[in-house]
Design a protein around this ligand. Structure first.
Ligand code: HEC
Ligand code: HEC
Length: 463
């Protein structure tokens, strides 16, 4: 049973709302639930302009095409799609991030090396389930996006001067080899990230006894990376592309940093998604959104309504911070308990926090969340409306519903821990994180519909 909710603890949000509309005839303080539907069509743009300036909503800038290095891009394209980066030469970056399927594999949880087939047709065979969902890669190279992986394992230091990774060898830069790799990585965060799937046994490297890379101990980063770079530079197909991308570089000096940097160039220009109708609207084309989408944008932005912007704000539609939103846990998990404590493995008292995803192209990149627990945006919104119920009832409600598993192997044992560690004020209404019994984000059915419309149609990149 739910405890009685503390009512009215967050009415301060209403002040902002009424301030916006103090002089307008449609201010509807009595029945705020209907607020967005009381705004006449003709007033929507002027109401939205208040949110845009108050919240600093800005369009996302496209990467500058003039700065692209086409030869480096071509090399990156080859490498992103090349199974030679994997121990058993059976999986590429593109197996989990299919460029022609919106940079994902469309599975709740990816199937790593040893599986066969692509996308929803991929089967387990000798392969392994990966603990986390393959995230979409749209706009990953944007400089504002300064933490990669859902726990930020590869990230820029707070002052921006350093890149921190799970590799001591790279971080310390003691040896000449490390220095050369770091130099080739060119202070590019996405380039650093590309080095890590290659180390992971289940994702790309393979199991002991299967190949030379897999036979090396897990900590032998330098050796593993050296062997991979060598494989590439020994392959005659790469000689010309490497020369074009890195003029004057001797083949024997080609290192894993060059691999990562080329893959980063490819991702930067291939996966940019900045021309959504939402961006066009923010750039001043008021006709680019329908009236319902505009209402959805208000629901998304208003502090008294869904207030999604409190985390999905700014140009990226992500604060690039970590929150516990009570996502149900499915799959093998990251630890011996089959659990995934997210940021909790890296920082104290940060259990179950995951990075806020960016939302451009969100309609195209189901399933959702760090473990692909939800198949539709409607499911996501229902979760936000009642996160506690969603968490505890997931096993019953969702059983058999994901496309991927007959048996979801859902982790329910740690739901109490998950719930207990909601320590911040996640949702503006009802006190979840306050008295821990709150109802989550309040929205009426009609508000949910326009919010869905906003997310499904206006956030998709227009080619
Ligand atoms: C077996 C599937 C698989 C393969 C192969 C794979 N990835 Fe991923 N990728 C993932 C998963 C799962 C995550 C999220 C892991 C996490 O956050 O802990 C991820 C995360 C990422 C991210 C960070 C995204 C973000 O928003 O923080 C980037 C960038 C990326 N991968 C690029 C690559 C590149 C480049 C390669 C090849 C070198 C690659 N991936 C190979 C599954 C895969
Ligand atoms: C307290 C911060 C916070 C608020 C408020 C919030 N979100 Fe999120 N959102 C997150 C985090 C963190 C995740 C990732 C959780 C995970 O991976 O388990 C997420 C995930 C999502 C996803 C899945 C994205 C993907 O690529 O998997 C969608 C869609 C989404 N949120 C939409 C919304 C909408 C719409 C609202 C408002 C109704 C909202 N969020 C409110 C933090 C927040």
């Amino acid at each position: 049973m739910l405890k009685t909710m503390k009512k009215n603890s967050f009415v301060c949000g209403l002040v902002l709302l009424t301030a916006f509309n103090a002089n307008s005839s449609f201010a509807n303080e009595g029945n705020v639930d209907d607020y967005v539907f009381t705004i006449p069509d003709t007033e929507l743009d002027s109401v939205l302009s208040n949110y845009i300036s108050e919240l600093g909503l800005t369009p996302l800038e496209a990467p500058d095409q003039n700065e692209m290095n086409p030869a480096l891009f071509e090399l990156g394209d080859m490498l992103f799609n090349d199974v030679q980066l994997s121990g058993n030469e059976n999986i590429a970056c593109a197996t989990c991030h299919l460029p022609d399927r919106f940079t994902i594999d469309q599975l709740s949880l990816p199937i790593g090396e040893g599986g066969s087939g692509l996308g929803v047709e991929r089967t387990l065979d000798e392969g392994h389930f990966i603990a986390r969902n393959s995230p979409a890669l749209f706009n990953v190279s944007n400089p504002l996006y300064d933490k990669l992986f859902t726990d930020g394992a590869v990230r820029r230091s707070d002052d921006g001067s350093e890149i921190i990774t799970p590799s001591k060898f790279l971080n310390k830069r003691k040896s000449g080899a490390a220095k050369k790799i770091v130099e080739a990585l060119d202070d590019n965060l996405v380039a650093y990230q590309a080095l890590f799937p290659m180390l992971d046994r289940h994702e790309m490297r393979g199991q002991q006894g299967e190949n030379k890379l897999a036979n090396l101990k897990d900590k032998k980063h330098k050796r593993i990376w050296k062997l991979i770079a060598k494989r590439i530079s020994n392959n005659a197909d790469y000689w010309q592309p490497i020369q074009d991308a890195y003029p004057g570089l001797e083949l024997k000096k080609f290192n894993i940093g060059h691999v990562g940097r080329a893959i980063a160039e490819y991702q930067t220009y291939k996966f940019a998604a900045t021309n959504t109708r939402y961006d066009q609207y923010l750039k001043g084309d008021l006709n680019s959104l329908s009236n319902n989408e505009k209402r959805g944008m208000i629901v998304f932005s208003d502090v008294t309504r869904a207030n999604c912007v409190s985390c999905h704000g700014g140009a990226l539609l992500s604060d690039v911070e970590f929150h516990n939103i009570l996502t149900p846990q499915i799959g093998p998990g990251k630890d011996e308990n089959k659990d995934d404590r997210g940021l909790g493995y890296l920082e104290e008292n940060r259990d179950y926090r995951f990075k806020t995803p960016m939302l451009r192209n969100i309609a195209l990149t189901a399933p959702y969340m760090h473990d692909g627990a939800f198949q539709t945006l409607d499911d996501v919104l229902e979760h936000y409306r009642a996160p506690r119920e969603s968490l505890y009832n997931y096993a019953d409600n969702y059983f058999g519903l994901t496309q991927q598993f007959d048996d979801l192997f859902i982790e329910t044992e740690h739901n109490d821990a998950r719930f207990a560690s909601v320590s911040e004020m996640i949702f503006h209404k009802g006190g979840l994180g306050g008295d821990n019994s709150g109802p989550g984000i309040k929205m009426t059915d009609a508000e949910k519909e326009v919010l869905l419309e906003f997310m499904l149609t206006s956030l998709t990149n227009q080619l």
